[in-house]
Design a protein around this ligand. Structure first.
Ligand SMILES: [Zn+2]
Length: 426
């Protein structure tokens, strides 16, 4: 038997096929050695040798015999998702959701705690690190090691360096080396991204967008932001600022001042913060008797009060949600015409309470977009808004660790533990 027949023309690249074989098993595209051979074009002996190497590294194991169509059944193979864990934390304006996930992105534990992102990076990250360390300490002594950390932040992040850049609601965070800090703290690579991008990634990997290629995730909370998926990949843009649609100017009114300092931004007229302010004003000046009865001794109302008012048929509240939905819908219609997504997922605190708002968003998108662009367009609500960002943060770490650029750098060691610099590899 000629060796060249088994190694073929790829025999000179020993590392690339190892990563390729691992990915076929990990992504569940191949469950048996023969199938790996078919999909990779590698010879039988090479496949057997590579699988043996992956088993020795603890990344793959033999399972029961796979179903066979005749002849000797092939042993099935499975990726050992329990070989390591990733730490994940999604930081919002007022809370952090943190968890520990296995290498398939499945969480064994999550916790949510109040924080105030405006307190600055020192206290917020110290609390986040403590939360993660407490969850790690509560595990059994023989629990798998940490392979990486993923962090979501409620502002623009320069993805290549893992630093927030001029975030409007995060005083003291501009340029703060979040990646470097978490990486040093846990001795593993760390990746940082905008929280809405991570919600989009969570939906793409393990949510409603799994079968889609072109997706918009729109978060309507206090502010408004979008995560874009193009051709099955998260679209960061040149610097990582893609999707910051909350600060598109939609009105030319000197009275609409945004927290970013500019005038007429979408979130300053249609976001949850703006809706709360308008509800409070209407309670005090008599435009809404329902809200006036609600406000009592409170100083301010929120979009949740407004949603209840709308449910009770309060005309002011209904009109306000309809207006908000029209502004958001027009912005989304521009995106639909520009980039033709097949799915728009709407999440965030305001979306979960405002049925009137969602109806208005939908109607505006369909009436203002090109017929061809909306022919197969689905518009839906996020079903797991509470955890999808933290899930996305874990998925980001897994995607990055197993990327074609990084996998060859650690696979011979069996894990990326002790290699925090991996995140700096482009
Ligand atoms: Zn703004």
């Amino acid at each position: 038997m000629a060796i060249s027949a088994d190694f073929g023309e790829r025999g000179t690249e020993p590392f690339a096929p190892l990563g390729e074989v691992l990915d076929l098993i990990r992504c569940e595209r191949a469950h048996t050695r023969p199938r790996i051979g078919e999909l990779s074009g590698l010879g039988r002996a090479v496949v057997a040798q590579r699988v043996g190497q992956l088993i020795a590294l603890g990344l793959v194991e033999d399972g029961p015999a796979a179903a066979s169509t005749g002849g000797r059944p092939a042993r099935s193979l499975r990726f050992r998702a329990e070989a390591g864990v990733v730490l994940s934390a999604e930081l919002g304006a007022t809370s952090v959701t943190a968890g520990i996930a296995d290498l398939s992105g499945r969480f064994s534990v999550t916790r949510k705690e109040p924080i105030s992102i405006a307190d600055g990076p020192e206290p917020v990250l110290r609390r986040t690190e403590q939360l993660l360390a407490d969850m790690l300490a509560a595990r059994q002594a023989d629990a798998p090691p940490v392979w990486g950390v993923g962090i979501g932040l409620p502002g623009p992040v320069e993805f290549a360096t893992g630093r927030p850049i001029a975030p409007p609601i995060m005083p003291g965070w501009d340029g703060y080396p979040v990646r470097q800090r978490l990486s040093s703290r846990f001795g593993v690579p760390c990746w940082v991204d905008n929280e809405v991008n991570l919600m989009a990634l969570g939906e793409l990997r393990d949510g409603q967008a799994q079968t889609e290629q072109d997706v918009i995730f729109l978060k309507i909370g206090t502010g408004i932001g979008a995560g874009l998926v193009s051709r099955g990949q998260l679209h960061h843009g040149a610097q990582g600022a893609a999707g910051d649609v909350g600060h598109v100017q939609v009105v030319d009114d000197p009275g609409v001042v945004c927290r970013c300092g500019k005038l007429g931004c979408l979130e300053a007229i249609a976001g949850g913060g703006a809706l709360g302010k308008m509800a409070t004003a209407a309670a005090h000046d008599g435009r809404s008797p329902w809200l006036a009865s609600r406000v009592g001794s409170r100083t301010a109302l929120t979009s949740v009060d407004l949603a209840e008012a709308a449910e009770h048929g309060d005309p002011f509240a209904v009109a306000l949600f309809e207006q908000s939905g029209r502004y958001i819908g027009r912005m989304l219609a521009a995106l639909v015409n520009f980039y033709n997504p097949s799915l728009i997922i709407i999440g965030g605190g305001v979306s979960s309470v405002g049925d009137v708002l969602l109806a208005s968003v939908r109607e505006t998108i369909y009436s203002r977009s090109l017929p061809l662009a909306t022919r197969d367009l689905r518009i839906t609500r996020s079903l797991r808004a509470e955890v999808i960002g933290a899930e996305g943060a874990a998925r980001m770490v897994i995607d990055e660790l197993f990327s074609a650029a990084r996998l060859p750098l650690w696979i011979q060691n069996g894990s990326p533990v002790g290699m925090p610099h991996l995140a700096d590899v482009a």
